[in-house]
Design a protein around this ligand. Structure first.
Ligand code: ASP
Length: 345
């Protein structure tokens, strides 16, 4: 029996080719993908292509597009064995993270991929990324999907989507999950690290919860920052505050007052690290104690992309019981490590 994969093409470099007269990149009709890559017909799975009407540069992708994708997967969930989303690389980690929170209790693979060079380019990475992603999206064992989560496949590596970050605008090896092991590697064989795959523990069926609030703001502190900027910040419900190292910030009374004022006006403050590897440990340095004092939330080792989309998903979401802080602290779908770094010796 051939496994069925739904391929959703959203845009990005992967679906472009060079116009040899002008030298510019332009989107090609993705309906012609089987002509461009005839090898797709040799795959052991059956692929149905659903292109976005207007292919988007991924800098134009956001909550509306995430909802469209999530709802489309929801509508077609029972008709396909796996899902592949072709996406621009610039914001792929945001989309992968958002989808991981919106697609509840996944029992099938949802893989995202793209490429650094257009599919028509002689040296393109698109072909390998596309073909191997289709292999992972249709990988089943004893009737069950091997991958039951949102993953990114790029340059021979299968990665947990909500742990990824785009770390290179230059190299084919563009994505990393510094705080989580690689889920799989493709070489001569398609390798899978089974112990690291996400498995749902609830018996609830798959469903889509496409709640996304945009009352979230992101702020990266820097040495020499004018503290008055804190009070000039737009009034938001959640502030993702990206601080130094394992959770430190300027140790001044003014900082404390500014942050306390934000808390008083009802803003939730989620603290994440500027380091891409490791995470936040409140109390490790005295310059982090301010966060415990004001009741900020530790983002532990979450990525910026995941922290933002998790906050967007949880904020004012009627489907979650408990406070925002309680829900943010939970590991919902593998996006954050459960143990605190303080427990490491
Ligand atoms: N600007 C493109 C995008 O993210 C880059 C790419 O696809 O690699 O849509």
């Amino acid at each position: 029996m051939k496994r069925k994969v739904l391929l959703i093409y959203t845009g990005g470099t992967i679906g472009m080719e060079k116009d040899y007269e002008t030298g510019s990149l332009q989107a090609f009709d993705f309906g012609n993908i089987f002509k461009k890559i005839p090898e797709m017909k040799l795959l052991e799975c059956e692929v149905s292509v659903h292109p976005f009407k207007k292919p988007l540069d991924s800098s134009d992708m956001g909550p509306e597009e995430w909802k469209i994708i999530a709802n489309y997967i929801g509508k077609n969930y029972h008709n396909f064995d796996g899902f592949l989303i072709l996406h621009g690389t610039d914001t792929m980690s945001y989309t992968a993270s958002a989808l991981s929170f919106m697609l509840k209790n996944l029992g099938k693979p949802v893989i995202l991929t793209g490429s650094q060079l257009p599919i028509g380019d002689l040296r393109t990475d698109a072909k390998e990324n596309l073909l191997t992603s289709l292999n992972y999206a249709s990988l089943y064992e004893n009737g069950n999907a091997v991958i039951q989560e949102v993953a990114v496949y790029f340059e021979y590596k299968l990665l947990r989507g909500n742990r990824t970050l785009k770390y290179s605008a230059e190299y084919f090896d563009a994505y990393q999950t510094p705080n989580y092991p690689v889920l799989g590697q493709s070489g001569v064989h398609l390798n899978i690290q089974k112990d690291f795959l996400w498995r749902n523990t609830t018996s609830e069926p798959f469903h889509v919860d496409n709640h996304i609030s945009q009352e979230v703001f992101f702020w990266r502190i820097f040495p020499g920052m004018h503290l008055n900027h804190f009070s000039e910040m737009p009034k938001v419900k959640v502030l993702i505050l990206q601080v130094f190292g394992s959770g430190t910030i300027f140790n001044t009374q003014k900082t404390q007052t500014m942050l306390q004022n934000l808390r008083k006006q009802g803003t939730e403050i989620v603290v994440i690290s500027q380091c891409v590897s490791g995470g936040i440990t409140f109390g490790k340095y005295s310059n982090s104690n301010i966060f415990t004092k004001i009741g900020a939330i530790s983002g532990r080792d979450i990525t910026a992309e995941s922290a933002l989309t998790k906050a967007m998903h949880l904020l004012d979401n009627p489907k979650y019981e408990g406070t925002f802080a309680e829900n943010f602290a939970k590991n919902l779908c593998g996006e954050v490590s459960v143990e605190t770094h303080a427990e490491h010796y």
